[in-house]
Design a protein around this ligand. Structure first.
Ligand code: GLN
Length: 476
């Protein structure tokens, strides 16, 4: 009875905090922990799950009216693995609709308020804003998010928590609602690197149900060139850390550069070599990302037709009820929010015969250039690329600010078109690693001039999660 009472008190505290920050969109009614494995590597760890990842027994709405009534009959592979590792799934977290957004304000459940200073009404970042806020507010030990172009790293940076976007293809996407399949990655938000790492380790298993999952052979091949000994020695001597000179665009706020500068001095004192590197395709990455991600989204979201999938809206009286196209257009007009519609239109246009060469193919070319840039600067070869070789003069890790600024206020009064562009700009530093499928870790490194959290990102070669996690521990 005593345990039951304290669990209930805890649940009440979670509910009242959540009422202010809106991080969870579903908290299970039954506050008593579900029986989980006590032998697993995550016994009793409380983990929240972004609402675009399927969970049996809880809704999976993708923060969209289109899926407001949807509950999955099964768990996504990552959720199943969490449960069998002993973790307790404590609820579903708010996000931008279908993962599209950078500020977690495009949600049928309303925006997430950054818990770092609730009264200021700042954004928690998006699209995994609920996951980052739940961790930052201490409502769970860790949370799953998804990152297509920055959706884990950006909210991690705004909320002052750790965010890991793994290499594309390592964590299963089976049971994860698709936004843009060639970019979507499941990842982890946590209060410290050790927690993020233990969740990642429990999920880092080949899943035969995910056709894009990296094979066991490729995983093993990549792990051979991972650096890990530096943690025991306490010295970073011999480690080469690259600072991409192209990651300091004019939009970058000076207050996020100072913590990075201090960090670089520190890393050099630990023996690391700090090397300026150039990734010249960076300025084109953002445009390429928005074309590719929107094109894939327009195709993926075609399934929500109001008949087989998603909200069904009856055709208004007077219209021809026999025409399925009517149901389709009415259901989609009602079910999708403005940002999702914008992506569908942009993506469908990029895929039309007239625009295909100039937009979609061009964006794919830029994507290859972005990949090539990374492969040229890293010391270790990319095991996914036939042309990539060891480059002894290359770097082991790249370091750059996670975001161009600290968390913006949700009500920053700007016109709709300007605000759309502004929110696309938030991803300028995160999309290159997404286009190249590389692992990236955002670590909180202090506060900016306005007293709000600043994050720094470490990017590694494909499959080198351990290198960035270990280096992240040195930073922390
Ligand atoms: N903000 C980016 C977008 O809106 C990235 C989203 C994401 O990573 N899911 O597309």
């Amino acid at each position: 009875r005593c345990v039951q009472t304290s669990t209930r008190i805890h649940q009440t505290l979670v509910e009242s905090r959540n009422a202010r920050i809106n991080a969870f969109v579903h908290l299970p009614n039954d506050p008593s922990p579900r029986l989980t494995s006590i032998d697993g590597p995550l016994p009793g760890m409380t983990v929240a799950v972004k609402d675009n990842i399927c969970t049996s027994g809880m809704p999976t709405t993708c923060s969209s009216l289109m899926l407001k009534e949807f509950s999955s009959p099964y768990d996504a592979t990552v959720v199943k693995l969490l449960r069998s590792a002993g973790a307790q799934i404590v609820g579903k977290t708010n996000c931008d609709e279908f993962g599209m957004g950078s500020l977690n304000k495009y949600s049928v459940h309303g925006p997430v308020i950054n818990p770092f200073g609730e009264s200021e009404g700042r954004s928690a970042g998006g699209s995994s804003g609920g996951s980052a806020a739940a961790v930052a507010a201490g409502l769970c030990d860790a949370a799953l998010g998804t990152d297509t172009g920055g959706s884990i790293r950006l909210p991690a940076s705004y909320c002052g928590v750790v965010g890991l976007k793994p290499s594309y293809g390592l964590l299963s996407r089976w049971g994860v609602v698709s936004f843009a399949d060639s970019l979507d990655c499941v990842g982890v938000l946590a209060k410290d690197i050790e927690s993020a790492e233990s969740v990642f380790d429990s999920l880092n298993i080949h899943d035969p149900r995910d056709p894009t999952a990296a094979t066991q052979r490729i995983r093993e091949k990549a792990s051979k060139s991972v650096l890990s000994d530096f943690l025991d020695s306490g010295s970073l001597s011999g480690i080469r850390i690259g600072v991409p000179t192209d990651y300091f665009p004019e939009e970058l706020h000076p207050s996020v550069v100072n913590p990075l500068r201090t960090l670089l001095i520190d890393l050099r004192m630990h023996g690391a070599s700090i090397v300026p590197v150039s990734l010249p395709s960076t300025p084109y990455a953002l445009s390429a990302y928005y074309v590719i991600a929107s094109a894939e989204a327009s195709s993926n979201l075609a399934r929500y037709d109001g008949v087989q999938y998603g909200l069904h809206v009856e055709t208004p009286s007077g219209s021809d009820k026999r025409k399925l196209a009517n149901v389709y257009s009415h259901s989609r007009s009602r079910g999708f929010g403005s940002e999702v519609k914008r992506r569908i239109l942009l993506g469908a246009y990029a895929l039309t015969a007239d625009a295909f060469d100039n937009y979609f193919l061009q964006a794919q070319r830029v994507r290859s250039l972005v990949r090539r840039d990374f492969n040229r600067v890293f010391r270790a070869p990319n095991v996914l690329s036939a042309h990539s070789e060891t480059n002894q003069a290359g770097v082991d890790v790249l370091i750059h600010p996670s975001a161009i600024r600290t968390a913006p206020r949700l009500d920053e009064g700007v016109a709709e078109s300007k605000s759309t562009l502004d929110s696309y700009l938030q991803d300028v530093l995160t999309v290159p690693a997404s286009l190249a499928g590389l692992p990236a870790l955002s670590v909180p490194v202090g506060l900016g001039e306005d007293g709000w959290p600043v994050g720094v990102s470490l990017v590694g070669q494909w499959g080198h999660e351990k290198t960035i996690l270990n280096l992240g521990k040195v930073l922390g």
